[in-house]
Design a protein around this ligand. Structure first.
Ligand SMILES: NC(=O)C1=CN([C@@H]2O[C@H](COP(=O)(O)OP(=O)(O)OC[C@H]3O[C@@H](n4cnc5c(N)ncnc54)[C@H](O)[C@@H]3O)[C@@H](O)[C@H]2O)C=CC1
Ligand SMILES: O=C(CO)COP(=O)(O)O
Length: 336
């Protein structure tokens, strides 16, 4: 891959939410040119007028010489050599269906999404590779413990770029590294992508327990048992040697399980306090991927038959309307 100066990289950023906004800040302030696709014409107009996203991380001001917000997806993608996917997983299919099957030829695709394609139960990178006939070496993921809100505040953060192509991963790391972001490459794309999906289920369950009045002692045991659950599942799907204590796995689990900024924990907390799933979703202006992930991972495990007590409990609460208190009571007996 040619080594371009950062200013010559052209990135198509897809998504108008918090994570797309945070990533646009990082890469554009670092010198890359960003064609930023947002769904909403009003939001694009607002950005062009004021340099701020009206809905998410609205304190961040963008340099419009480097950031071009737009609603024409095909145009934004055609102009870029990198595509970064940052819409919630449930919208990947409807958004990408607007593109021609050859639209991503010769481009590098980075998924910043921590979710799976609902109904199909496949990873986002697998879906994109299949839909656009891409080689595995064209794909990567952004992982690691990093909340968009802390990027807006320029708090020290760590990201991991997973890809089977080490050079692609390292080049994208270079586009991210700055005063407050450290980035490292990893070859374990599948492991990192699955773990990022699963940690949302765990954080959601931590939120449920918190909403029911359980404290830090219980949550620590829940998270410890979660590491074992994640290890079993990853090993069954992709039995590579991997160090789950690395920040792309354990770090992401911890930040999501404990952070005040976590959408998944917040959503679970509301469910634990007695909100219905629908009303908790309506209350949030943001997407908790864990809600969809529970169904995908639960469905995948029907074949694998791994011991997955936390995922099973969350599934019964969210999809079978079993009372959260009943499920957490049952979990208590399964934990060690
Ligand atoms: N927010 C964060 O700190 C982080 C988020 N992520 C991941 O990034 C992905 C995007 O999440 P966020 O930016 O947090 O979203 P968000 O919860 O901040 O915003 C919701 C997003 O959904 C979009 N949306 C709603 N309806 C849509 C539709 N019909 N079609 C297309 N888009 C639609 C909105 O435009 C907005 O981009 C998720 O997979 C999330 O897990 C990953 C790391 C950090
Ligand atoms: O993945 C994240 C932080 O690393 C974001 O998690 P939430 O979607 O729960 O906020």
């Amino acid at each position: 891959m040619p080594v371009f100066p950062k200013s010559m990289h052209k990135i198509a950023m897809l998504g108008g939410g918090s994570w797309a906004t945070a990533l646009t800040k990082i890469v554009s302030e670092n010198g890359s040119h960003v064609g930023w696709w947002l769904r909403s014409k009003d939001d694009v107009q607002h950005l062009l007028r004021t340099r701020h996203n009206p809905r998410y991380l609205s304190s961040v001001a963008f340099d419009l010489a480097r950031v071009q917000p737009a609603t024409d997806l095909a145009d934004v993608v055609a102009e870029a050599d990198w595509l970064v996917l940052a819409v919630p997983a449930a919208f990947v299919q409807p958004v990408l269906d607007k593109l021609d099957r050859d639209a991503l030829k010769n481009k590098r695709i980075i998924s910043a999404i921590k979710g799976m394609i609902p109904e199909k139960n496949v990873l986002v990178t697998d879906y994109v590779a299949q839909r656009f006939r891409l080689a595995p070496e064209q794909l990567g993921v952004v992982a690691g413990p990093c909340h968009a809100e802390e990027v807006a505040l320029e708090k020290q953060s760590y990201l991991t770029i997973g890809s089977p192509d080490v050079e692609l991963a390292e080049t994208f790391c270079q586009l991210l590294r700055n005063r407050y972001v450290k980035a490292h490459p990893s070859a374990d794309l599948d492991g990192i992508e699955y773990c990022a999906v699963m940690k949302n289920i765990i954080a959601l369950t931590c939120g449920i327990a918190h909403g029911l009045g359980y404290g830090d002692n219980f949550q620590a045991v829940l998270v410890s048992n979660a590491v074992q659950e994640i290890r079993r599942f990853l090993h069954a799907l992709s039995p590579l040697p991997r160090d789950l204590s690395a920040s792309a796995y354990l770090g992401d689990l911890l930040v999501t399980a404990y952070s005040q900024f976590s959408r998944n924990r917040t959503f679970g907390n509301m469910v634990g306090r007695g909100y219905s799933v629908k009303s908790a979703q309506m209350e949030m202006n943001m997407v908790a991927e864990g809600y969809y992930a529970v169904k995908s991972i639960h469905d995948l495990n029907k074949k694998l038959k791994e011991f997955m007590p936390i995922t099973d409990a969350a599934y019964r609460v969210l999809y079978e309307k079993v009372a959260p208190a009943v499920e957490i009571e049952l979990l208590k007996e399964k934990f060690r």
